[in-house]
Design a protein around this ligand. Structure first.
Ligand code: SF4
Length: 171
């Protein structure tokens, strides 16, 4: 299986809590005005990897808390993103994902890899970047419409539960 990536950051402190590996998937059709990463929009851009090779390149250490799937939008390549998410969960690490889809739309997606990817995530940061709601210094997101969603709690309760209120339960 192949995957197109915009880049990898092996030690990130800005893409979720703790020291994380951030994987930036190539391709995004949301085209949010003011997007900080427009170079990730082109689905033919970036660099192509075999997923097996990618997993070998992600340098996991005991200090790494988890992996963050970002982009672009990892939900456009759900099979590859799922492989990364599973690999990290098997090592006891947590998984965050960023998507331009809002949660209510994402969970209706009928693609089985999308559904499994959702379940493999601890936290999903949802929704497009909206310039009108942009606030500098927001925690782990760019505009106030974006939510840090605690996935398992939200699926169990049938409504969005934000990670801030779930912090003590999953950290
Ligand atoms: S979803 Fe993210 S990467 Fe895609 S256009 Fe919006 S801000 Fe940019």
């Amino acid at each position: 299986m192949k995957v197109r990536l915009a880049g990898i950051v092996n030690e990130s402190v800005s893409d979720g809590p703790g020291l994380r590996i951030a994987v930036f998937f190539q391709g995004c059709a949301h085209h949010c005005p003011g997007c900080h990463n427009p170079q990730t929009w082109d689905f033919d851009g970036g660099e192509e990897y075999e997923v097996e090779d990618l997993l070998c390149r992600l340098i996991d250490t005991p200090l790494i808390r988890g992996v963050t799937l970002s982009g672009g939008d990892p939900f456009y390549q759900p099979e590859a993103a799922l492989a990364v998410a599973r690999a990290f969960h098997e090592r006891g690490k947590d998984v965050w994902a960023y998507t331009g889809y809002v949660w209510e739309v994402l969970i209706q997606n009928q693609n089985s890899a999308v559904q499994e990817l959702i379940r493999q995530c601890n936290v999903i940061v949802d929704g497009p970047f909206l310039q009108a709601q942009a606030v500098p210094g927001l925690r782990y997101c760019g505009s106030t419409n974006q939510r840090l969603i605690a996935v398992s709690e939200s699926l169990e309760n049938g409504k969005v539960q934000e990670w801030v209120s779930a912090f003590s339960a999953i950290s």
